[in-house]
Design a protein around this ligand. Structure first.
Ligand code: OMP
Length: 225
C-alpha cells in the first residue's frame, strides 16, 4: 500500500503531550484523528497547532443533531480544513444529506454506524433489535443513499459493507495488535485484518499512545500492513 492508512487517535488531555507524540510517530502514520476529548479540551486552537505537523487531519466530532444544527456545525469547521469528519448515521438521512452539503471542499463525511464499544446486547438494550452486524449494514446503506463518502464500522463488518459499496470510504477503529488489550472496545480486529477486509483508514489510539515505546509500536503496526 503506497499511503500509510493508519490515523493516530490523539486522545490525550494535554496539548503539548499530544503534539509531541504526533511528531514522534509522524513518519509511521498517514494522518491524525482528533476526537471529542481533544476538541473539547483544546478547540480550534488545538486543531491549528496539530495542523502544523503537516499530516491530514480527521476531525472525529460524531455530530448528531437536527439537520439544521449539524449543517451549521459543519460550516463552522470549514476553517479547520479537515480531510475527514464524522456524523452519526443514526441521525438519519436528512441530517446526513445536509451535513454532506455543508462540508468544506475536499472533506470526506463519514457516518458512524455502530460504535466498536458495543456488542449485540448493548445495542439491543438501546431498543435496536438484531445484531450489531445487521445494524451496521443497515446504517451503511442509509449513509450511502444520503450521499456520504463512507462510514465508520468495526473490522467485523467492513468486508460485507465493502461488497455492497465498492467505492465507499471505510474508516475502521477498534483495532488491536494480536496480543493487545481491548479495554472498552468489544468488536476488535487487528490492523492487518481490517486492511485486508477493505478498510480505507485504520484508526489506532491506545495501542500507540499508551505503549511504553510509541514509536516502536507505530513501526510494528506499520510493518504488519
Ligand atoms: O469514530 C471513531 O473514530 C470511532 C468509532 C467507533 O465506533 N469506535 C471508536 O473507537 N472510535 C474512535 O477510535 C478511537 C479508538 O481508540 P483506541 O481504542 O484507543 O484505539 C477513539 O478515538 C474513538 O473515539
Amino acid at each position: 500500500m503506497s499511503q500509510n492508512p493508519v490515523y493516530l487517535a490523539l486522545d490525550l488531555p494535554r496539548l503539548d503531550a499530544a503534539e509531541a507524540l504526533a511528531r514522534k510517530v509522524s513518519g509511521h502514520i498517514g494522518g491524525i484523528k482528533l476526537g471529542l476529548e481533544f476538541f473539547c479540551a483544546h478547540g480550534h486552537h488545538g486543531v491549528h497547532e496539530i495542523h502544523k505537523i503537516g499530516l491530514p487531519l480527521f476531525l472525529d466530532l460524531k455530530l448528531h443533531d437536527i439537520p439544521n444544527t449539524v449543517a451549521a456545525a459543519m460550516q463552522a469547521i470549514h476553517v479547520l480544513e479537515p480531510s475527514i469528519v464524522t456524523v452519526h448515521a443514526s441521525g438519519g438521512r436528512a441530517m446526513m444529506e445536509d451535513a454532506k452539503a455543508a462540508a468544506g471542499e475536499n472533506c470526506k463525511v463519514v457516518g458512524v454506524t455502530v460504535l466498536t464499544s458495543l456488542d449485540d446486547g448493548d445495542l439491543n438494550a438501546t431498543g435496536v433489535s438484531g445484531s450489531a452486524h445487521e445494524q451496521a449494514l443497515r446504517l451503511a446503506e442509509l449513509a450511502h443513499a444520503a450521499g456520504l463518502d463512507g462510514i465508520v464500522c468495526s473490522g467485523h463488518e467492513v468486508g460485507a459493507v465493502h461488497d455492497q459499496w465498492k467505492d465507499g470510504f471505510f474508516v475502521v477503529p477498534g483495532l488491536r495488535p494480536a496480543d493487545g488489550k481491548t479495554g472498552d472496545q468489544k468488536r476488535t480486529v487487528t490492523p492487518r485484518e481490517a486492511r485486508d477486509a477493505g478498510a480505507s483508514v485504520l484508526v489506532v489510539g491506545r495501542p500507540i499512545s499508551r505503549a511504553e515505546d510509541p514509536l516502536a509500536a507505530a513501526r510494528a503496526i506499520e510493518a504488519t500492513l
